[in-house]
Design a protein around this ligand. Structure first.
Ligand code: ADE
Length: 215
């Protein structure tokens, strides 16, 4: 799956995408993430990308020209929907995340900064708006990273075992299923012991114990 991210701060993404599962997915060619610095598209001689709002009010807005040129140029490389990350968007849920992965080979994520973007960019180029929660971040970058991470878990092969995205404990909980307590080594930690039965090797007994402790 391919992501193209339009942002004023591409460097914010590098460390997160260069470690662990997402790094492996990129190395294996299962995940491609490309960055486009909106400022590079500014025709202003000082590469300005913001201005004051018509009608007054606090803060600055992202001007339409650099956004328009950046997104239209990215659309030549990526035929997926343009998703604007904003607290006013539809809430990103487990179901929406899965749907995004299943219905698209590629996505364009637009990260806003300042007080927002000129409305004409919404009218002309934005297909969908997504929020990662009811709070306001300093920009859309962290939200875009959340989308890349959560959607990538549904790309076949990214988690190693193809079933793991639907088999992990969080997914089981989200689909209303209960979960039993999990333990790993050591057998005793801060005086608390792992239940004897789980260390017994008796699979029938373990199954029984797990059923009894679903919550
Ligand atoms: N940009 C700023 N806050 C955001 C949020 N909560 N979700 C998505 N994008 C955002």
């Amino acid at each position: 799956m391919r992501f193209d991210i339009c942002t004023l701060f591409p460097d914010m993404f590098t460390s997160y995408l260069s470690d662990s599962i997402l790094k492996r997915a990129r190395d294996k060619g299962l995940l491609e993430v490309h960055f486009h610095n909106i400022r590079d598209y500014s025709k202003d001689k000082h590469k300005k990308v913001d201005d004051t709002p018509y009608g007054g009010g606090a803060g600055m807005l992202m001007t339409p020209q650099p956004l328009y040129d950046c997104i239209t140029s990215v659309k030549k490389l990526n035929s997926g929907p343009v998703i604007f990350m904003t607290p006013q968007g539809q809430k990103l849920t487990h179901t929406r995340t899965k749907r995004l992965a299943r219905s698209n080979d590629s996505l364009i994520l637009l990260c806003g900064r300042y007080e927002g973007i000129d409305e004409r960019i919404r009218d002309l180029l934005v297909d969908k708006e997504l929020s990662i929660g009811d709070y306001v971040l300093t920009g859309g970058e962290l939200a875009a990273m959340v989308v890349v991470d959560a959607v990538s878990r549904f790309i076949p092969g990214v988690l190693g075992d193809e079933n793991s995205a639907k088999e992990d404990s969080f997914s089981r909980r989200l689909s209303g299923k209960k979960e039993y307590p999990h333990y790993t080594k050591p057998a005793v930690f801060k005086g608390l012991e792992v239940p004897e039965v789980l260390r017994s090797g008796n699979h029938a007994k373990i199954e029984e114990w797990r059923k009894k402790h679903l919550r």
